[in-house]
Design a protein around this ligand. Structure first.
Ligand code: C2E
Ligand code: MG
Ligand code: MG
Ligand code: MG
Length: 285
């Protein structure tokens, strides 16, 4: 009897496995095709300076728009893109599209914005990353100072020695580096001391219950204070309500990002958002 059961679960296991493998292969070949057919596009979400209420920068967030119009979230394809290495050409596409968008924005009078591009650990590990970034900036005529790269704590964990070198090369060019999803990885004060980091982005899981969960509030308040003390910028991610915003203001949080101000939007919509009612881009630095 136990033998039969064993055989059964073995059967289930292999069937599940082959289904998973088939799904993976489909997704992978779908993604390759989508890259060629230009189905990927970049949305932008504003980051707002709390004191002035002005947009200080945009975060570039990739979207996959299927031919039937369905939009696939990056959470559903970035992991596969990383496993297959497709993240390298995809990431380069996002960077290129982001630089081009900044030139379009400059053309409508928004010339002081920065754009933040997410960098996968796989991209970070590429030997020619810096060359690729430089080539993109040059090709698109965008000064390095207008580009920010967002990396996560786990990216820095893998190889501390080469991470420092890689980051220093980017920073020497004038690019700024922020730590994304801060607090969800192996947050270490070591990074803050040894890496040239300009901004911490506090993960939205800490912001979500900030007005009802006292320990979340205390964590956020402390991270804001620490960043300020060290002269590092700080962004609260996932701000959805006025109550969250007001509390963050009392903590002295400099910058916020979230649905409260705007969801990530395609470039045309971001232009409308930035130009506002009077049609003038009033973004200050
Ligand atoms: P992330 O870099 O932490 O980006 C912020 C995510 O939070 C975005 O999800 C954004 O839409 C979402 N978000 C912003 N404000 C709010 C809010 O108020 N409430 C809620 N519930 N969510 C909010 P998105 O666009 O789905 O991206 C998810 C993740 O996928 C990103 O997290 C990033 O890790 C990754 N990703 C997106 N684009 C790229 C890319 O071009 N390259 C790489 N390597 N990763 C990317
Ligand atoms: Mg990010
Ligand atoms: Mg984040
Ligand atoms: Mg995230």
């Amino acid at each position: 009897q136990s033998k039969a059961k064993g055989r059964n679960s073995y059967f289930l296991f292999t069937q599940q496995m082959s289904e998973r493998i088939a799904q993976r292969l489909t997704l992978e070949s779908d993604m390759r095709r989508a890259l060629k057919e230009r189905e990927f596009t970049v949305y932008f979400q504003p980051k707002v300076d709390l004191a002035s209420g002005e947009v200080s920068g945009l975060e570039a967030l990739v979207r996959w728009v299927k031919p039937d119009g369905i939009i696939v979230s990056p959470e559903d394809f970035i992991p596969m893109a990383e496993e297959t290495g497709l993240i390298v050409p995809l990431g380069e596409f996002v960077l290129d599209a982001s630089c081009k968008a900044m030139q379009v924005l400059q053309g409508v009078g928004c010339s002081a914005l920065t754009v933040a591009v997410n960098l996968s650990p796989i991209q970070f590990g590429q030997e020619d990353l810096v060359e690729m970034v430089v080539a993109n900036l040059e090709r698109n005529g965008l000064p390095a100072s207008r580009l920010e790269l967002e990396i996560t704590e786990s990216t820095l964990m893998t190889d501390v020695q080469s991470s420092v070198a890689q980051l220093n090369r980017l920073v020497e060019l004038g690019i700024t580096i922020s730590i994304d999803d801060f607090g969800t990885g192996y947050s270490s004060l070591y990074y803050l001391k040894n890496f040239p980091i300009s901004t911490l982005k506090i993960d939205r899981s800490f912001i979500r219950d900030i007005t009802i969960d006292d320990s979340d509030a205390k964590i956020v308040e402390t991270v804001v204070l620490m960043a300020r003390t060290m002269g590092i910028g700080v962004v609260a991610e996932g701000v959805e309500t006025k109550e969250q915003l007001d509390l963050l203001a009392t903590f002295g949080c400099a910058t916020v990002q979230g649905y409260y101000y705007s969801r990530p939007l395609p470039l045309e919509k971001i232009i409308e958002f930035l130009l506002g009612k009077n049609g003038v881009c009033t973004i200050r630095r």
